[in-house]
Design a protein around this ligand. Structure first.
Ligand code: ADP
Ligand code: ASP
Ligand code: MG
Length: 405
């Protein structure tokens, strides 16, 4: 008997008909002779709606209360799915993250899973039940409810699969696999039969929301093979796993775009040791993730430092930067939240020089100005004006020959 972990995303459980559809799929898996643990997300846009509701009450809600609110989305789905499975006549139980024993750190709204306790899961499975677990939520060692950051149900699924040493971790969503680019933005995108953890991690971190980056990290660390599939059909999906050199055929395997980017610049910074430390330590203390950082060439003992953050963090990041500006005697802080990041990803880049140059040439031919650049062994990212993101993704996708055959 195999142990299968399945995760169904928000679109897949949006409304009674879709919940019943998921219930049928889960029951079929169980009746085929498998043990099944199912992770579910909040229905449809419920998490967005709850966030909007909170902001109608307070511009800056306490993070603890935000988690208390957001966790209700997933709790709605687990109960409804358990009811639908019960209707089909299979023994089933729904459990919240805290009931399972998903232990996290105490960074509210961005918590990281520290441990998944398996006792309750094993007990319920041993009684022959299908177990439905709320994604995206956990509990600190002080019994406080936490959430894992947007898209966090993917990470719950992989963490549970790793803890249970499941045979498969299937991520069911509204696309039938991982594509060379978001198929909604680049209609010519092609489904990848397989992708390496490293490339998937880059794509996910660079804006391909199909998997939460942390879930891919967890998968890699614990050798959990992920299967991304559609909950609406039975098409072959995409395997995310360790890939051999032989299988790395393409120089570039994907293009990603991210609109959740804002650029902040600190102008006329004195050129002396400790300035970058003062700024980035202050930002880190507020749990603000900084992505790209560029320090301009010095002129007359003065620099500019520019960096990017997620748009949710913009307000707080500007406040912190303004405080540091006053302390160090820089001239001003400016910001722009109408920028976006376009990236190309591919393990083959390491051995193929000139890929970055090709990307810059493509953007230049489209008349798209590049504000910032960052590279790693397997990716190149550019910050551009947000209005050009779709065009940039489509032209890069075609430039690197990623279209459907
Ligand atoms: P779920 O609610 O199931 O977690 P998400 O909306 O989080 O689903 O993720 C699925 C979406 O990810 C797709 O609808 C698609 O638009 C988007 N996406 C972005 N990049 C990619 C990609 N490279 N391949 C497939 N889907 C992608
Ligand atoms: N419901 C959460 C979100 O919308 C978690 C998830 O869907 O994975 O981000
Ligand atoms: Mg998701």
């Amino acid at each position: 008997m195999a142990l299968i972990v399945q995760k169904y995303g928000g679109t897949s459980v949006n409304g009674p008909e879709r919940v019943k559809n998921v219930a049928r799929r889960v029951v079929n898996t169980r009746r085929a002779g498998n043990e099944v643990v199912v992770i579910v997300s909040a229905p449809g846009d419920m998490t967005d709606d709850l966030i909007a509701m909170a902001h109608e009450i307070s511009p800056n809600p306490p993070a603890r209360e935000m988690d208390m609110l957001l966790a209700t989305g997933e709790q709605t789905s687990i109960a409804l799915l358990a009811m639908a499975i019960h209707e089909l006549g299979e023994p089933v139980i729904s459990l919240t993250g805290p009931q399972v024993g998903i232990l996290t750190d105490n960074v509210h709204t961005k918590a990281r899973i520290l441990e998944v306790s398996c006792d309750r899961l094993h007990r319920e499975l041993a009684e022959g039940k299908i177990v439905i677990v709320a994604g995206f939520q956990g509990m600190t060692c002080d019994n406080e409810i936490t959430t894992l950051g947007r898209g966090g149900s993917d990470t719950t699924a992989v963490a549970v699969a790793a803890a249970l040493k499941a045979d498969v971790c299937q991520i069911y969503t509204d696309v039938d696999g991982v594509y060379t680019a978001d198929p909604r933005v680049v209609p010519a995108a092609r489904k990848l039969p397989v992708i390496s953890y490293d490339e998937m991690l880059e794509l996910a971190s660079l804006g391909a929301q199909v998997l939460q980056p942390r879930s891919v990290e967890f998968g890699k660390l614990n050798h959990v093979v992920l299967e991304v599939r559609s909950s609406f059909n039975d098409n072959e999906g995409t395997l995310v796993k360790e890939v051999t050199e032989m299988e790395k055929k393409m120089v570039v395997s994907g293009v990603a775009g991210d609109r959740n980017v804002a650029r902040i610049a600190l102008h006329d910074v004195p050129d002396r040791p400790g300035i970058a430390k003062a700024l980035f330590v202050a930002l880190a203390r507020e749990s603000i993730n900084v992505d790209m950082i560029v320090q301009s060439a010095m002129r007359d003992g003065i620099n500019d430092i520019a960096f990017t953050v997620g748009r949710d963090d913009l307000r707080k990041a500007v406040e912190v930067t303004e405080r540091v500006r006053a302390e160090i005697g820089a001239s001003k802080v400016t910001y722009n939240d109408k920028v976006a990041k376009v990236s190309i990803v591919g393990a083959g880049m390491i051995t193929n020089p000139g890929v970055a140059a090709e990307m810059f040439a493509c953007l230049a031919e489209e008349g798209i100005n590049i504000h910032m650049i960052s590279t790693s062994e397997i990716k190149v990212s550019c910050i551009i004006d947000e209005e050009y993101l779709t065009r940039a993704m489509q032209s890069l996708h075609s430039r690197f020959g990623l279209e459907k055959e």
